[in-house]
Ligand binder design. Sequence first.
Ligand SMILES: [Fe+2]
Ligand SMILES: [Fe+2]
Length: 241
Amino acid sequence: MTWKKWKTHFEANAKRPLPEVSVEGLSPAQRRALLRSLQIFQIGETGEGRIAHQIDQVTLPGIDADYRAALKLFVKEEGRHAGILARAVLALDGQLLKHAWAAKAFTHARQWVGVRFKLLVLLVAEVIGIAFYGLISRALPGRGLKAALAQLCDDEEQHLRFHCQFFAAQAVNPLSHALLRLAWWPLALAAGLAVLWDHRAALRGFHIGIGAAAGAMLQRVRESARLMQGPATARLRQAVR
Ligand SMILES: [Fe+2]
Ligand SMILES: [Fe+2]
């Protein structure tokens, strides 16, 4: 997909009405566990605004004005996710959190180095979002919140592809691709383990095995590594075969 098409995709998504977030048929323990997890994810979905401005100040391979516009729209879409989750938290009679250690860790990691590292951290968040929203959505009864989380999961699927396309454009030679993979795997695995630990109550509450959750994340980590492969690496691999 060209960056222009991504821009059109995010523009169309922004026109969707907000989904229902009602949830019924949960035990008190399930409500508590779900509430805690959604509170943490709600914070995680906010506060990505700075990258939308920083991208205007850097020159990177394979990006243009359409990419910059699409990235700004992507940030807005994450803000929409935060809004949906905020409504879900309130529907579960909870309050919005101001801090969460996992969200703080992600913010610190994003601020650590340049724009590309920040986008890599955002890609980790997509992997986690796809796995968590997807698993919880499938386990939830009814329609409201179940359908809302399924929509978030679908959005994160597209975000994963959007970021991987960016990283494929960065992998202009096998060395840059190798460096990218070197950063990707430890970062993604460490974040995945932290999320499994932090959200173990919600997983247990909805009878989702830790192995199934780890497997869902690992599948996306692998998929991302494959999609990040730039044209130079693909050519080299074909030549070696
Ligand atoms: Fe999101
Ligand atoms: Fe996302």
